[in-house]
Design a protein around this ligand. Structure first.
Ligand code: UDP
Length: 246
């Protein structure tokens, strides 16, 4: 089942279903990719055709962000569950640890993916991290060769939006992995460089506030929130009649 928020179609599924579908992708024979849009990404789609296209081409679109959940509720098509990308991939790690499936970590500043690999292999015994590369590359072909040579089945693409979504969309056909996910700053969290909000804050839907307090520079990015909510309310009131053409 799909749920549309300002033109972005989300898969209206639970974490358990998302992980099951990811398992099917891992057993398949093409390179599937998962995107995890939050409010900023949904808003950016209104002015970024390439990002919109990349999200449309995704095999699974998970609602990562309380703003998207509230928006869906306002629009009268509630999302069953918020499925944060970092929790989704952590669940996948749990499932594949000990199975021999290889994971490649792509993104973040030099050294971060390596640190994340060390932490993840310590926290998930049996997890195979078969390669890493930082996210500040210019030569796509060299990175793709490195990923393919590693024999990875799963690829974390943590290049920030919209680069990560567009990169997966453009390169899926050149990659031999089975499952990719665009996961923003997740490697910084796995490496211990950025702290994730405590569970209580997450449960209250205040992860965004925690991230803002930890890094006040994020305020600039959050300026889109009032405009996003205004557009959602307008869409609800007009039944989508004034929806921007995309
Ligand atoms: N990043 C990257 N390559 C780039 C731009 C950004 O690897 O060209 C990384 C950046 O170092 C950070 C991540 O992408 O690790 C983006 O993190 P952010 O917290 O902004 O993402 P969010 O989770 O908020 O979407």
């Amino acid at each position: 089942m799909k749920c549309q928020v300002l033109g972005v179609n989300f898969d209206n599924i639970t974490m358990g279903e998302a992980v099951r579908r990811a398992g099917n992708m891992l057993a398949g024979d093409k390179a599937c990719y998962v995107v995890t849009p939050n409010t900023e990404i949904v808003w950016r789609c209104r002015s970024d055709a390439a990002l919109t296209e990349a999200i449309r081409g995704a095999d699974m679109v998970l609602p990562d962000g309380i703003g998207v959940v509230y928006a869906a509720r306002i629009l009268g098509t509630p999302i069953r569950e918020r499925v944060p990308g970092i929790d989704f991939i952590t669940e996948i790690f749990r499932q594949v640890a000990g199975t021999g499936k290889g994971v490649f970590l792509l993104g973040a500043k030099p050294g971060v993916a390596e640190q994340a690999a060390r932490n993840l292999t310590a926290s998930h015994p049996g997890l195979t991290i078969c390669g890493t590369a930082d996210g500040y590359f210019t030569d796509d072909a060299a990175v793709i060769d490195k990923i393919n040579a590693s024999g990875a089945d799963i690829l974390l693409v943590c290049l920030g939006f919209p680069r990560q979504e567009c990169w997966m969309h453009a390169n899926a056909h050149r990659l031999n992995v089975k499952l990719m996910a665009g996961l923003g700053g997740s490697l910084d969290v796995f490496a211990g460089i950025v702290r994730r909000a405590p569970e209580k804050w997450q449960k209250l839907g205040l992860e965004w506030l925690y991230r803002l307090l930890e890094n006040p520079a994020r305020i600039k990015r959050m300026m889109v929130l009032p405009a996003f909510m205004a557009a959602v309310i307008r869409e609800r009131l007009t039944g989508g009649r004034n929806k921007k053409e995309r």
